[in-house]
Design a protein around this ligand. Structure first.
Ligand SMILES: Cc1cc2nc3c(=O)[nH]c(=O)nc-3n(C[C@H](O)[C@H](O)[C@H](O)COP(=O)(O)OP(=O)(O)OC[C@H]3O[C@@H](n4cnc5c(N)ncnc54)[C@H](O)[C@@H]3O)c2cc1C
Length: 323
């Protein structure tokens, strides 16, 4: 089997990179075994560079991504036929202590139901918003295929890069590619990349949500089509599903912070592994091999800029082809 570019991993990062490369005219094969515990399946999809405290180059990537999101989502929707809910109406940070109030000053009055957050003194609104990460990945994969790309439900087990190309080892066969992009999320250490799993659990409750995402203390809440998403835990290591420690943390947090959710029915429990690293690695690993890994808590936010950067690096300094 042959391809121009093999992309290992079709999560938030790999699916957008694969779509962007295919759209730029390369023949892409995406390897995606749909591993349980992928981050994109659990992700909140907040686009919140300021509330997440990004600075320097990462803040620049985040701001670029926020600018790119509307046109990117339009193009994905047109090509795939999949609707991708995107709302860019800001994010709130709520102050409850003196220190938080001082850090966020001048405080603005909170809209309902955030005015009912226990101990709330007011808050501050920042640019940003949210996208539905599951719809985004589904749309990018569908668009990739509609543009002529290929998705194999296969796990990459290793690779060899040589002057004449890269061999990617699958369970029963070898995929030969001219270039390889490693985007296997929290599993990327398998390919020698410095990434570790940081588990996150979250809840979907059938209750009233604010209109935009809101950060309160150690967690946050945001609107979803079927209710309100409350997240998230953060623990080192692997774990196949949510466990009692995570559920207790989330229940205590929701109970202590959002009194109106006290009796809201539980709709879903999410658990996924963020690909944690010192900082994202978006660039060359060795000749013909590229990495797009280590986006930690902000992979959905940083995905459009990541796809643009990698596409440009792989194609050379031409005008970038993605919206
Ligand atoms: C609870 C939670 C909340 C989050 N909230 C936000 C948020 O609000 N905003 C934000 O920006 N980010 C958020 N994140 C983080 C975000 O989801 C991740 O940064 C992002 O999904 C990383 O994308 P990725 O493609 O690197 O990894 P993933 O999305 O995990 O995808 C990796 C893919 O690689 C595949 N794979 C693994 N091994 C192989 C292999 N050997 N061969 C082929 N394929 C392989 C997997 O099947 C998987 O689909 C959150 C994460 C969690 C867990």
């Amino acid at each position: 089997m042959r391809t121009e570019v093999a992309v290992v991993g079709g999560g938030a990062i790999g699916s957008l990179v694969a779509y962007a490369l295919q759209r730029a005219g390369l023949m892409v094969t995406l390897l995606e075994p749909d591993k349980p515990g992928a981050a994109w399946r659990a992700s909140a999809g907040m686009l919140a560079p300021h509330a997440e405290g990004l600075s320097g180059e990462l803040l620049a990537w985040a701001e670029e991504s926020l600018e790119r999101y509307p046109a990117l989502v339009r193009a994905l929707e047109e090509t795939s036929g999949v609707r991708v809910p995107l709302v860019l109406e800001g994010t709130w940070v709520v102050a409850r202590s003196d220190a938080e109030a001082e850090a966020l000053a001048p405080l603005e009055p909170l809209p309902a139901p955030l005015d009912r957050v226990r101990g709330a003194r007011g808050g501050r609104q920042y640019p940003g918003g949210q996208v539905d990460p599951q719809a985004l990945v589904h749309a990018a994969r569908t668009a990739l295929e509609r543009l002529g790309g290929r998705i194999l439900p296969a796990e990459a087990r290793g690779y060899d890069a040589a002057v004449d190309g890269v061999r990617v080892y699958l369970e029963r066969e070898v995929l030969r590619a001219e270039q390889l992009v490693l985007a296997a999320g929290a599993w990327s250490a398998r390919f020698g990349l410095p990434v570790r799993p940081l588990r996150g659990e979250a809840l979907l409750l059938a209750g009233r949500a604010p209109n935009t995402p809101a950060f309160v203390g150690e967690g946050y809440l945001l609107p979803r089509a079927l209710g309100v998403y409350v997240g998230a835990t953060s623990r080192e290591g692997w774990g196949r599903s949510a466990n009692l420690w995570g559920l207790r943390w989330l229940a205590d947090y929701a109970h202590e912070t959002f009194p109106w959710l006290e009796t809201a029915p539980l709709r879903e429990v999410y658990a996924g592994h963020r690909p944690a690293a010192e900082r994202p690695w978006v660039g060359p690993v060795e000749p013909r091999v590229w990495a797009a890994v280590g986006h930690g808590r902000n992979g959905v936010l940083l995905a459009p800029a990541t796809a643009r950067i990698l596409t440009q690096r792989i194609l050379g300094p031409k005008p970038h082809p993605i919206p």
